[in-house]
Design a protein around this ligand. Sequence first.
Ligand SMILES: NC(=O)c1ccc[n+]([C@@H]2O[C@H](COP(=O)([O-])OP(=O)(O)OC[C@H]3O[C@@H](n4cnc5c(N)ncnc54)[C@H](OP(=O)(O)O)[C@@H]3O)[C@@H](O)[C@H]2O)c1
Length: 250
Amino acid sequence: MSGQGAGKRPDTPVALVTGASGGLGQALAVELDALGCRVAVHYRRAAEHAEAVRAKLTHDAVVVGADVGSWEATREMYRRVEESLGPIDVVVNNGAIRRDALMAMQSPDDWHEVIRTNLLGTFHTSRVALPHMLRQRWGRIVNVVSPSGLIATAGQTAYSASKAGVIGMTRTLAAECGRRGVTVNAVSPGFMITGMTQGLPERITEDMARKAPVPRFVTVQEVARSVSLFLDQDCMTGQVVSIDSGVSVM
Ligand SMILES: NC(=O)c1ccc[n+]([C@@H]2O[C@H](COP(=O)([O-])OP(=O)(O)OC[C@H]3O[C@@H](n4cnc5c(N)ncnc54)[C@H](OP(=O)(O)O)[C@@H]3O)[C@@H](O)[C@H]2O)c1
């Protein structure tokens, strides 16, 4: 089929990891660096954490701050990454927030903020990077989702809706881009000890871990290792890979 098909993978792809200042994002940045990528280490507020991550990386890297919920801020971030490292070949949409409350008592602002950051943010970073990926006929988008996107947990309507939305976006964007060598997949981690889960009562988290088919928490390194699969596989697209101790089959 003329005019279609995959191009060549860049020798040292430029990979943006959003939320690389956070628990899983740090591990993803380190893993992508180990796989030969030049990493754009993104943060929202924790610049010093992002700088500490960059210090661990062996290839060229850049630290960039932005609110990915804003289209203008995301475009400006892309421009800064392009200036320092070149156009982005791999986007890992990892940055996200959680504002849990029963809907009947939840503030509309909180609900909106979760959707703006998690769902619109994933759209913005993917949208800004896609033209280059499609032009060069090689690109990777990896979205970090959650079992909460499919499984009901009281108090998580906003988070759940945002992650279910990202799963739908993953599948549909995969259908749009496959012919041009751009794959779009998602990884769904189980419970990990990170900033996002700090503060949850221990009796609840221990209980969750005990009930899972693999009765323990998942480590950020275990989830981060999945990116080599996404980078390597040209024919895997539109998939959600669960590394969740089996909670999604319960
Ligand atoms: N922890 C779990 O058990 C678990 C389970 C399933 C899925 N996940 C998913 O895993 C991913 C990573 O979460 P984590 O557990 O590593 O949490 P985390 O440590 O709280 O990290 C969240 C990251 O998101 C960034 N962020 C927050 N608001 C942002 C915004 N408006 N724009 C851009 N970035 C923003 C934060 O940046 P700053 O700190 O710089 O503000 C931080 O780097 C998320 O997508 C989460 O939904 C987590």
